[in-house]
Design a protein around this ligand. Structure first.
Ligand code: SF4
Ligand SMILES: [Mg+2]
Length: 435
């Protein structure tokens, strides 16, 4: 089949939404040119935008994926999208972040983290040296002496060099160019094509608040930033670091993590079967440090190996090693769209700490007549609380405090028989033997 060629990714008869003469118009046109150099299928391009004038870009690219995020957080969203794509889906999505100097200032640590990780995203910082959308306030990238609405007699704080910041984080591809630079499409194409973290700082002018003296051109942008004497061009282009997805894959191989087999629909192959025919909710409540959440995780693993969908939400005090520990588990033969516990089918209570917490947080009040409570013998529910069948067992004496929650889960599995004994033996009993 003949491959489609793309002469533009922009909407037909594009009308740029920026003020007359705004540097963003140049940056977006050149981003489009960069994409035409790469000729990627738009289904495999993802543009993640922030908040600010440049983020009006979303509607200009109708066929590529766009994700509009919160101020400064676009790089964090992009990092998550890329990790999900490369690690879970093994796909080939190219994720491009576009944000301004304001977003880069607010979300600097997300950029730093992405560069340190070497996650495969390209961050384009459209730097017009101020917050354009909110009225021309200075940012951390505003040059010395520049007049903005918040620096009316000139900025007295030196600007951050965003390129140097990511260089210090071992970023593999770093470049800076004027928004009017005819080489910018090539630079952007190289950055987007780079395997790993890349950042391009695009120097612009905001004619509305930054410099109102006329049309933007190379000379005026250079004049504007001359005091900083920014080096231009590709500043770093190295290939000695593994992109995060590859590094992660190698690490998993090293620790001998099991390779998972996926079916065509992207879900894991199941090794065992289950008799569960509806969604059920399980709450496991015990004491922090007594492996409550790990016990719930083993239940989850067993369920997933048996072809079920499963979610787990944990809760414990900030200290982590004292007080209560809770897990809320939802299991279903179908995809799970709602992970809250509305009416628990089973509550397993392995200690007084867990009991106190589910009393306080209202879980006990949500049991129905068909629910089941499996509680350690040290616990006594009031008549009002025990609105369903309650089984008291010597969980702590028989299994020990650290396996009391797991003992409760195994008891419940024996009663319900929703998972095969083979799956339980392989995952849960195997883990107990190897603990
Ligand atoms: S306010 Fe400034 S940055 Fe925003 S669109 Fe207008 S010129 Fe461009
Ligand atoms: Mg700006």
């Amino acid at each position: 089949m003949q491959r489609q060629s793309y002469s533009t990714y922009l909407v037909d008869e594009v009308k740029f939404p920026f003020c007359k003469g705004c540097g963003h118009t140049h940056a977006v046109r050149y981003l489009d040119k960069a994409l035409t150099i790469l000729q990627r299928d738009p289904c495999f391009i993802n543009l993640v935008s922030d908040i600010g004038c440049i983020e009006l870009v979303d509607s200009l690219f109708p066929d590529i994926h766009t994700v509009h995020t919160t101020h400064g957080r676009s790089t964090a969203f992009a990092t998550g999208i890329e990790l999900a794509d490369s690690i879970l889906h093994d796909s080939d999505l190219k994720t491009v972040v576009i944000l301004g100097d304001g977003g880069a200032t607010i979300g600097l640590l997300h950029i730093v983290n992405a560069a340190l990780m070497n996650v495969d995203i390209s961050v384009l910082v459209c730097n017009n040296f101020l917050y354009g959308m909110t009225g021309g306030q200075h940012s951390a990238l505003t040059p010395m002496n520049m007049v903005t609405t918040t620096t009316p007699v000139g900025n007295i704080i030196p600007p951050m060099d965003i390129c140097k910041v990511v260089e210090s984080c071992e970023a593999g591809f770093v470049a800076r160019a004027l928004a009017t630079d005819r080489n910018l499409p090539d630079i952007l194409a190289k950055a987007i094509d780079y395997s790993g973290f890349s950042l391009v700082e695009i120097l612009e002018i905001c004619p509305e608040y930054g410099d109102k003296s006329g049309e933007v051109d190379d000379r005026r942008i250079k004049e504007f930033v001359k005091e900083k004497d920014f080096p231009l061009g590709i500043l770093v282009n190295r290939s000695d670091r593994l992109e995060f997805g590859e590094a992660y894959g190698k690490m998993m191989e090293k620790i001998g993590a099991e390779k998972t087999t996926k079916k065509d629909d992207g879900f894991l192959e199941s090794e065992f079967s289950s008799t569960l025919d509806k969604q059920i909710e399980v709450v496991i409540a015990g004491t922090a440090g007594e492996r409550v959440q790990r016990a719930a995780y083993l239940l989850l693993q067993t369920a997933i190996k048996s072809g079920l969908h499963a979610t787990q939400k944990n809760d414990n005090p900030a200290t982590g090693g004292s007080g209560f520990s809770l897990s809320e588990v939802v299991l279903s033969p179908n995809e799970i769209y709602f992970t809250e516990i509305e009416c628990p089918d089973c509550i397993i209570i392995s200690s007084q700490d867990g009991f106190k917490e589910i009393r306080a947080n209202g879980t006990l009040g949500r049991v129905g007549p068909d629910s089941l409570i499996i509680a350690d013998e040290s616990i006594r529910l009031t008549e009002a609380e025990a609105g369903c069948r309650v089984i008291y067992l010597p969980l702590r004496t028989e299994f020990g405090p650290e396996s009391a929650a797991l003992g409760g889960i195994m008891t419940w599995l024996k009663i319900t028989e929703i998972l095969s004994s083979g799956a339980v033996a392989e995952v849960i009993e195997g883990k107990i033997a190897n603990k």
